[in-house]
Structures are given as C-alpha cells and as structure tokens.
Design a protein around this ligand. Structure first.
Ligand code: AMP
Ligand code: GLY
Length: 427
C-alpha cells in the first residue's frame, strides 16, 4: 500500500519511521516533510493545509491511506474533503476537530457531558474578562479560544499578569483571531499525563501514557512551547487510573460526540491533570501529540498500519489489544536559540551521522539538507530518543546522543523525566 503522511515535524518523522516497519507498506510520501523524513520517505512540496492539492495528489498516486499529523489541516476539514472523494484518511472530520480548534467548544462539550475538567467562564470582551479577575483566587488560567501552536495558555499568578495577558490576547491580538474569545479557568494542581487513544467512534484503544514538558526551560520555567520533551510510560497512570480515564473521559467523549452526530475516527489525545480528586481534562487534541508520539511509537510492537486501517474501517473492536515493549522511552527536543519566540534558521548541525542507531532514533523536526550539510529550519529541530529497560537508562541514552549533536545556540532541557525519576527513587 502507498501512504501519504501530512506534516513536517518530529511527530511525522516518527509516524513515517513506524509505518515503514509495516510489511504492507510499499511506499511512503510525506507532504511537505523535512530533511530527516526525506531519508525514509518521498517528500512532496505541498503545504499541510493545501487540501485541494493534497486530494489531487492522493488521487493521482493511488494512495491507500493518508495520515494527518497537524491540527491545522484537520481544523480546515481535510478529512471531510478526502472522504467526499472516497479516499481513506486517518483523522477526525472538521466538526470533531473542534474539540481542539475551539476551547469554547471543548469546555462546553465537557460541561454538557459531565467530563471532569476545571470550572471555567468564556469571555468575548476585555472589560468583562478583567472585571471577572477582580473576584477570583489566583493563579488562574487564561486561554485563547483558537489554535496557537500550544502557546495560547497563560497561567496568571496575580491580577496584573491576568490583565496584561487578557490585553495581549484580546487587544494586541498576539494570537491573531485565535484570541477573539478567551476561556478563563481554575488552576488545577497535580501531575500531568497525556493519553492518546485510537478510536473509530465506537471502540477506544488507549496507547501507553506519556508526559510532555511544555515550558521552555528546566524546572518548568519560561514560556510554553509546543513541547520540549516527553517520556513513556508514566508511573502515575497505572492500570486502575487508565480504567478511570477510559470510563470517565475517553468513552464519555466518544459517546457525547456521537450524540452530537459526530463519529470520531483517528487519535483522540487528552491532556490530563491527575488531581487529588481524580483525572481532569486540561485539553483535547484531535491528533497524535508532538513530542509524545516520538516517545510512544518506538515502544509499540503492533503494526501501526493495521491499527490505523482498523480505525478508518471502524473495525477496532475486532483488533486484539495493542502489544508494547516492556521498556521506557524518552525524547529530548533540541530547539533553536530563541524558541518559542524568534529564532534563526539555516544553522549548521554537526554530529548527526554519529548519533543515530536503531535503539536511539533521532527524529527530525526542523532540518534541511543543503549541499550535503544538515542545517536547522525550524524552532524545534530534533527529537532525540532513548529506549532502555527503565526511564533512567532511557534518559541516559537520549542525553548521550544529545551530547553528540551540535548546532550553535542549541537549546534543550536537561530535566526531561527528572520529576518522575525523583519520585521513583523516593527523593
Ligand atoms: P493546554 O494548551 O490547554 O494544554 O495548556 C497548556 C499547559 O498549560 C498545560 O499542559 C498545563 O501545563 C497548563 N494548564 C492548562 N490548563 C491548566 C489548568 N486549568 N490548571 C493548571 N495548568 C493548566
Ligand atoms: N504535546 C502537546 C501537543 O502535541 O499539543
């Protein structure tokens, strides 16, 4: 079968890497892809949100399955357009993608279907939002309604910070139209976990739990990013908790959508805060997480194409449980100096040739090969993965590889997985 993967990040590299292991896959195309993906797939120069050209490409090249990475294409309705042409595509349709593309939609949806989440209010004027901040306990969480590449959430510690954030989002429009409306919600305390599950709209099959590291700097300091690293599995989500998450979050979500006339097919991602009173949804994503995917897929033994086809064909119930390696994986993101704000591109990367081995894939997020030289081409540049018997060893492996790769101004967190390790060691 010929596959088309849409996107250009580390997640898409991991998807291509895993799908390539399937015996049923003949050829993988990726639109637009990146330097690393080009080593294992044929990259085609079509932007991820140019739906018409992608439909056309899939038809002309007899693509058996298209896999969508990024949320923007889903929010623009790529799945609906492919389905109109009877092309198989992995991902939810536009209406379902609102779970991610509109925080107002997702919060109201959770309220309606009693899915545990932080109490919230929606505001469409600055005055009302600021007025509300006179009577709240801090910290509070302020969220732009729309898509902001994981950066549209501000945790305000006092009223001044809240007012500044509201003005930045609603008046200065730092997130553009995504900030026309905002959600203000209570701050939840606890540990975070990401759960990604395959679903065909009827059956839900969770993957191993993982944890992202959203802030730019060590100690969870600095601005939110798309994600600076991840590890899998988490220690906090044990079998009991996974069952709770399935029963109180995943299934009610799928069933609620069903009641709204929406069949959700693809990966449903829930970002959770595990609080003293149980798991609460912090966010939905309607796709694989980045960088969680880079840590989760290397542990998956099951053929990913088989699971994806079962999802698209609504046959997940007949698939036996997913098979996993009983190991840990860690992904450390190396980013450009300045990320998530402005950064330079075109900086030479050295050491990559010594960095990759089978036990330690290096997924490319923002790279290009120019005149036989690797250069940076994005904010997040590489996702370096380590896999081993336990988290500590997996992290050692990942950081050993990180130290072999160099580019000027390279930024990475030195504490990926550190909190989980210190808990395991009882320190
Ligand atoms: P989101 O894009 O909604 O996932 O938010 C980004 C990050 O902000 C989350 O991963 C959390 O670390 C943090 N966050 C979001 N909402 C809350 C909340 N209600 N309480 C505490 N932290 C939150
Ligand atoms: N790692 C969070 C996301 O993919 O949005």
């Amino acid at each position: 079968m010929k596959l088309l993967i849409i996107g250009s990040g580390g997640r898409e590299h991991a998807l291509a890497w895993k799908l390539k292991q399937s015996r049923k896959v003949d050829k993988i195309f990726c639109a637009p892809g990146n330097g690393g993906i080009a080593q294992i797939a044929k990259c085609v120069n079509i932007p991820a949100d140019n739906i018409r050209s992608l439909v056309d490409f899939a038809q002309r090249n007899k693509i058996g399955l298209t896999v969508v990475g990024p949320e923007v294409a889903l929010a623009k309705g790529i799945v609906d357009e492919f389905q109109k042409k009877r092309l198989k595509i992995f991902g939810p349709e536009k209406k379902a993608a609102q779970l991610e593309s509109s925080k107002v939609f997702s919060k109201e949806f959770m309220k309606k279907y009693h899915i545990p989440t932080a109490p919230f209010r929606v505001f469409s004027t600055v005055a009302e939002a600021i007025g509300f901040c006179n009577a709240v306990e801090f910290p509070i969480v302020i969220k732009a309604e729309g898509l902001a590449a994981g950066k549209g959430v501000i945790i305000a510690r006092d009223k001044d910070e809240a007012v500044r954030s509201i003005e930045n989002i609603m008046l200065k429009k730092v997130f553009g139209n995504a900030g026309k409306r905002i959600v203000i919600e209570s701050f939840l305390r606890g540990q975070e976990a990401s759960i990604m599950a395959f679903t065909d709209g009827k059956t839900v099959v969770p993957m191993l739990s993982s944890q992202d590291h959203k802030q730019a700097y060590d100690g969870d300091r600095g601005p939110n990013t798309g994600g600076m690293g991840a590890y899998c599995p988490t220690t906090i989500v044990d079998d009991d908790l996974m069952e709770q998450i399935r029963d109180y979050v995943l299934l009610p979500t799928i069933n609620g959508l069903h009641q709204e006339g929406i069949t959700y097919k693809g990966v449903l991602y829930v970002g959770l805060m595990i609080t003293e009173s149980g798991p609460k949804v912090v966010e939905y994503n309607c796709r694989f997480g980045d960088p969680e995917t880079q840590a989760v897929l290397p542990l998956m033994k099951t053929d990913l194409l088989e699971v994806m086809m079962a999802t698209v064909n609504q046959k997940l119930a007949s698939l036996s449980a997913l098979d996993w390696r009983h190991e840990s994986a860690a992904c450390v993101v190396m980013a450009s100096k300045g990320y998530p704000a402005k950064y330079q591109k075109g900086i030479k990367i050295s050491g990559l040739q010594n960095a990759t081995d089978n036990a330690c894939p290096v997924f490319h997020a923002g790279t290009q090969k120019k005149d036989n030289q690797w250069v940076t081409s994005g904010g997040r540049v590489l996702g370096v993965v380590g896999i081993d018997k336990n988290l500590k060893l997996a992290l050692n492996r990942a950081y050993k590889t990180v130290n072999k790769v160099r580019f000027q101004g390279a930024m990475f967190r030195r504490d990926i997985g550190a909190k989980a390790l210190s808990k395991q060691e009882g320190t």
